[in-house]
Design a protein around this ligand. Structure first.
Ligand code: B4P
Length: 191
């Protein structure tokens, strides 16, 4: 099993590139953002809890997303690997993921870190706000909060995996195809 984390700040293109990577490699795509938006759309108790937090640019509690990921991983025992998109977002989530995979004699093989400058991120999120209808895209104050949460809570996750020597920086600027080619080259060379 080959397991990959696509890592990067809000708006770095994790969702966009995940779509292309799953087509090419057959990974099972697990996006906590997508799973949470599905819960919100269906109006489940979990979705109702997540809605207010996401609208404020905050993270959903670790135990909630860890539970969602455990269920999703266990529902797909026979896939060639998982592509984790937007997860883990805290050290507690990373440790829970490592433990969950270890139970299955597996591990994270690589973390591909999409690097995009702050100005470009804001430009992309403003662009996405025009069409996404997402609660967390429209308000500049919420976007500022999301970047702050990313710096304080999520960036340490890259350092956690860097200790194992499995993080690879990828230039996340340029055309969607060029970025995909860089990711594919990294996957090919890292195996
Ligand atoms: P996510 O759904 O993970 O979303 P994201 O980080 O905002 O975006 P992503 O990086 O996927 O960017 P995209 O491809 O769309 O999270 C949403 C919220 O859910 C979080 O804030 C949090 O509250 C909650 N949540 C999710 N996971 C959680 C967890 N594990 N723990 C706790 N809470 C959690 O790209 C952005 C835009 O750029 C798009 O419009 C796209 O078209 C455009 N774009 C992409 N690539 C481009 C390129 N190369 N050039 C120009 N534009 C490009």
């Amino acid at each position: 099993m080959y397991n990959l984390i696509l890592f990067g700040p809000p708006g770095s293109g994790k969702g966009t590139q995940s779509e292309l990577l799953i087509k090419q490699y057959g990974f099972k795509h697990l996006s906590t953002g997508d799973l949470l938006r599905k819960e919100m759309k269906e109006g489940t108790p979990l979705g109702m809890q997540a809605k207010g937090l996401i609208a404020e640019g905050k993270l959903v509690p670790d135990e909630v997303v860890i539970g969602m990921i455990r269920s999703a991983v266990e529902a797909h025992p026979d896939v060639p690997g998982f592509l984790f998109d937007g997860f883990p977002r805290t050290i507690a989530q990373a440790e829970a993921l490592d433990a969950l995979l270890a139970e299955k004699d597996a591990a994270i093989n690589n973390v591909l870190f999409l690097k995009v400058n702050q100005e470009e991120l804001i430009k992309r999120l403003i662009g996405r706000a025009e069409t996404s209808g997402r609660l967390d895209d429209a308000d500049p104050e919420v976007q500022r909060k999301r970047q702050e949460v990313y710096t304080n809570e999520t960036l340490p996750v890259a350092a956690h995996y860097a200790k194992a020597g499995i993080v690879k920086d990828i230039d996340g600027e340029g055309s969607i195809d060029d970025i995909f080619n860089r990711l594919a080259a990294a996957i090919g060379s890292l195996g």
